[in-house]
Design a protein around this ligand. Structure first.
Ligand SMILES: Nc1ncnc2c1ncn2[C@@H]1O[C@H](COP(=O)(O)OP(=O)(O)O)[C@@H](O)[C@H]1O
Ligand SMILES: [Mg+2]
Length: 285
């Protein structure tokens, strides 16, 4: 086992080392197709790899594209508008508050407490910030005020729900909560991770149904994490799908929920790898 590193140097490294399989965690750099760079290269070189393919990685990184697909199959997702300039906020016809986030970033990049806007004036200001800072359109989305949950999924065919984890704020009310970078970095003080969640069984079942359906719909392979927020009637609304979820032990939401559900860190990684090997017809007999 060895690390391939990142960036263009990986092209030579792959040709020289010809790995049997790559456990892809590369997020890439630059643009909405960045997460597809390494898997596309691996496909070109005929090297098998763990995780989703380039199309799924592109479609999920571009949140408006993912939301359109998810909505087309009837799964609820907050109403939204992609704005390339603050002027477009006026035409959006959305209900307030809204949240304004970069259209294709992850790990709460560009998502702060101040991303929640209560008026068109505030939203315009945030759109200006996102477009100027990140050089991309801003996704302006109606704010869903209820509990936040994230769902970990592993497998193919009939994938396994690893856990449904509620991210409950300790310091603010749910309707003001944003799982921002500031919160994530200070998670021990800011949030309580509830896994299993403190939600009615019927609500959890509906969250799991949506998560499994969206996983299949977006073509996820081997593992992913899908984020939702509940509205006032406890209906889950799709926020985004992460086919390359953070895997840092003790920090990434997927390892944290697996641990809470009785799957230790290495058990999680080996389950993901086993699923990939089976999918590729490489599983040991
Ligand atoms: N429409 C929304 N309603 C309420 N909260 C939201 C909404 N969109 C995002 N958030 C908050 O912002 C956080 C980050 O947004 P998300 O779309 O998951 O982006 P990231 O890729 O950065 O994780 C979410 O975990 C949630 O707390
Ligand atoms: Mg998220």
């Amino acid at each position: 086992m060895f690390r391939l590193g990142a960036g263009p140097g990986i092209i030579d490294a792959l040709r020289e080392t010809r790995p049997d399989i790559v456990f892809n965690v590369a997020e890439g750099e630059g643009g909405r197709c960045r997460e597809a760079h390494v898997p596309a290269l691996l496909e070109m070189l005929g090297i098998p790899y763990v995780g989703s393919d380039p199309l799924t990685l592109c479609v999920t990184l571009d949140k408006p594209v993912a939301k359109r697909l998810v909505a087309s199959e009837g799964y609820p997702t907050p109403r939204f508008r992609s704005c390339s300039s603050p002027r477009e906020v006026a035409e959006a016809g959305l209900s307030y508050p809204v949240i304004v986030k970069p259209a294709f970033e992850g790990s709460s990049k560009g998502v702060r407490l101040s991303s929640r806007a209560s008026s068109p004036e505030e939203a315009r200001e945030r759109v200006g910030f996102v477009t100027a800072t990140y050089g991309q359109s801003a996704l302006v989305e109606e704010f869903v005020p209820g509990s936040e949950v994230t769902v970990g999924i592993v497998g193919n065919g009939t994938p396994r729900i690893v856990g449904v984890m509620e991210i409950a704020p300790r310091k603010v009310r749910a309707e003001e909560f944003v799982y921002s970078l500031e919160v994530k970095r200070d998670w021990e003080n800011q949030v309580e991770y509830r896994c299993p969640p403190a939600l009615p069984a019927g609500v959890v079942a509906e969250i799991e149904r949506c998560a499994a359906g969206i996983y299949r719909l977006l073509g996820c392979r081997d593992f992913s994490r899908i984020d939702f927020r509940l509205d006032g009637r406890m209906v889950p609304h799709f926020l985004e799908c992460n086919p390359l979820p953070g895997l840092s032990p003790g920090y990434g939401d997927l390892p944290i929920m697996a641990e809470k559900m009785g799957t230790p860190y290495l058990g999680l990684l080996s389950e993901i790898l086993s699923c990939a090997l089976s999918r590729l017809g490489m599983a040991p007999r």
